[in-house]
Write a protein that binds this ligand. Structure first.
Ligand SMILES: C[S@@+](CC[C@H](N)C(=O)[O-])C[C@H]1O[C@@H](n2cnc3c(N)ncnc32)[C@H](O)[C@@H]1O
Length: 242
């Protein structure tokens, strides 16, 4: 497990190359597109129509998702938080270039720089896998602190089967167990009352090529159910604060 300082130094160095490395090819772009659509659905159903809504992204990185959500959602205040200047400066460039209405804050996810009960939705992508089980527990406790009662967290997790499949295909090295927790471990953090919203399934590239994106979306959505869950590579886990 990387210490906070090592992780911060890594993102300071890797920051300028991050987008190209993580989203640079068409397949990764398709993954990001699918993730955006799933997240948009979650946020739309979670925000309350009656009052102004506030949404927070943890570990917002270069601001790609902030830019997407702020172009899609009106009457929603969108905030991004990250601890890396190298990543935040790219998010800030997008904000200025598009005149996009989102706010940025520098801070640490273990001590969020926000007041209690200030957000309706707190989400993250490619973020929670970095932390140990105990650290995840502390992060979810912070998330609960800043959520209003009835607010929702939406957290993208890598699945154990997805990691195994990528490892067999030589796409990644053996992941540490904390990077892709089992559903039992996720329930241990968030309780039993959670909903799964799959982002990508195994064979996404082939399915999209052979049958098109509509079929891909339908099949991916089915991987939220237990027997097919083994086919999901990443999913959002949605939990409501009681
Ligand atoms: C893999 S990147 C993901 C960026 C973006 N969410 C995405 O999906 O592309 C992880 C991000 O988490 C941030 N991060 C890591 N640890 C953090 C911490 N303790 N507090 C705040 N941000 C942190 C990093 O600076 C980096 O921008």
């Amino acid at each position: 497990m990387k210490s906070r300082r090592k992780r911060e130094a890594m993102y300071e160095q890797f920051g300028p190359a991050y987008e190209q490395a993580r989203y640079g090819d068409p397949y990764k772009e398709l993954y990001r597109h699918m993730r955006n659509e799933v997240l948009l659905g979650i946020v739309k159903s979670a925000v309350r129509a009656s009052s102004p809504c506030r949404v927070l992204e943890l570990g917002c990185g270069t601001g790609l998702t902030l830019r997407f959500l702020s172009s899609e959602l009106k009457n929603v205040e969108i905030f991004g938080m990250d601890f890396s200047d190298a990543m935040l400066s790219q998010a800030n460039e997008k904000r200025r270039a598009d005149g996009a209405p989102f706010c940025l804050a520098r801070g640490d996810t273990f001590k969020l720089p926000f007041r209690d009960a200030g957000f309706d939705v707190v989400y993250s992508t490619r973020f929670i896998h970095q932390f140990s089980h105990d650290e995840k527990r502390r992060i979810f406790s912070e998330i609960n602190r800043v959520l209003v009662p009835g607010g929702a967290s939406a957290t993208e997790f890598y699945t154990p089967h997805g990691a195994l499949s990528r490892r067999l295909r030589g796409v990644m090295e053996t992941p540490a167990p904390h990077q892709c927790p089992t559903i039992c471990e996720i329930r241990d953090l968030l309780g039993r009352n959670i909903a799964l919203r799959p982002v990508r399934m195994m064979g996404t590239r082939a399915i999209a090529r052979l049958f098109g994106e509509d079929v891909l979306h339908q099949l991916t959505s089915l991987t939220r159910f237990a027997p097919l869950r083994v086919l999901a590579e990443e999913y959002f886990v949605v939990a409501c604060k009681r």
